[in-house]
Write a protein of this length. Structure first.
Length: 300
């Protein structure tokens, strides 16, 4: 049996190169204690080879291994799903829909939709709190407007991020860099007893300290990048990763979909030392809600 640690492109093809192998694997992930009827929870559910379905002995209900999951609502073979999930979670700088299209030989639309569904599934559902020493910073993402120069921020999207030193990140598109927005983000995403919050000197961060959380700022304007332990270098490294992936892989990301890309980056980053990242991603897909194509193209 495959150890998830050994997942690479070669073992992926070796172990998950066929529909049957992927189905057997998904079955184990979905029902680690044995398959149960989706309708009545009975555990007597023999496999019907011809129909490729389980049939419940008590209620006669027939269901496939992927019934009711995101894997079910396409005609895409499971091994292509596996390959796409692998490519997305392993690509340090992300993978564009165009590259995915070429790599797994599907249409652009299929690749685009697939990548979006995988991203949506990877989204951290529970607000995860960062704690300890946390760096918070904001950045602007988006195109430059001709004649406005590089400093113009009018059509850019604001992303704010928090990173626990040596730990997880959380990233979010926000409407501005005002005090209310930034304080709201910090309160929502950092643990109440966070030891310290380090930011730059942007005035909107002022007043975020409380009795058990100190706040210190480096004065970037005075070319002060670090003061002892106080700096925002780690979150700034995340920004360069984000910008490299947008430039290098996605070319342009609409503000509308930026949040989804942030979720993907967040998942990859927060699982950077998790040997079970691929398996965990598949588990997330198994419980993910379906994301209709129409919703994806009409939501703002
Ligand atoms: Zn049943």
């Amino acid at each position: 049996m495959l150890k998830e640690q050994e997942i690479n492109l070669v073992t992926l093809i070796e172990y998950f190169g066929s529909e049957d192998e992927c189905r057997n694997h998904l079955r184990k992930l979905r029902w680690p204690n044995g398959v149960r009827c989706l309708r009545c929870d009975s555990d007597e559910v023999p496999w019907l080879k011809e129909q490729k379905k389980h049939q419940c002995k008590s209620c006669r209900y027939q269901f496939s291994v992927t019934a009711g999951t995101i894997f079910h609502d396409t005609h895409l073979p499971l091994w292509k799903w596996y390959l796409a999930v692998y490519l997305i979670v392993e690509a340090k700088k992300g993978i564009s829909a165009n590259q995915l299209k070429r790599t797994i030989a599907v249409s652009y639309k299929t690749a685009w939709y697939l990548a979006h569904r995988i991203r949506a599934a990877l989204k951290q559902v529970d607000a995860q709190h960062v704690k300890g020493i946390v760096e918070v910073d904001e950045t602007f993402v988006g195109g430059e407007v001709e004649g406005k120069g590089r400093g113009y921020k009018g059509n850019k999207t604001v992303v704010v991020g928090a990173m626990q030193r040596g730990g997880n990140i959380c990233l979010q598109v926000v409407r501005g860099t005002d005090r209310e927005t930034l304080h709201g983000f910090i309160r929502e995403n950092t643990a109440g007893n966070t030891e310290a919050i380090y930011t730059d000197e942007w005035p909107a961060y002022r007043g975020i300290a409380d009795e058990d959380t100190k706040h210190e700022a480096v004065k970037h304007r005075d070319k002060e990048w670090t003061r002892g332990d106080v700096h925002t270098n780690s979150i700034e490294n995340v920004w360069s990763l984000l910008k490299r992936s947008i430039v290098g892989s996605y070319h342009q990301v609409s503000a509308k979909h930026l949040d989804a890309y942030l979720d993907e980056l967040e998942f990859r980053f927060n699982n950077r030392e998790n040997p079970f990242m691929f398996r965990d991603a598949l588990c997330k897909l198994l419980v993910a809600e379906t994301l209709p194509y129409e919703k994806l193209i009409t939501d703002s």
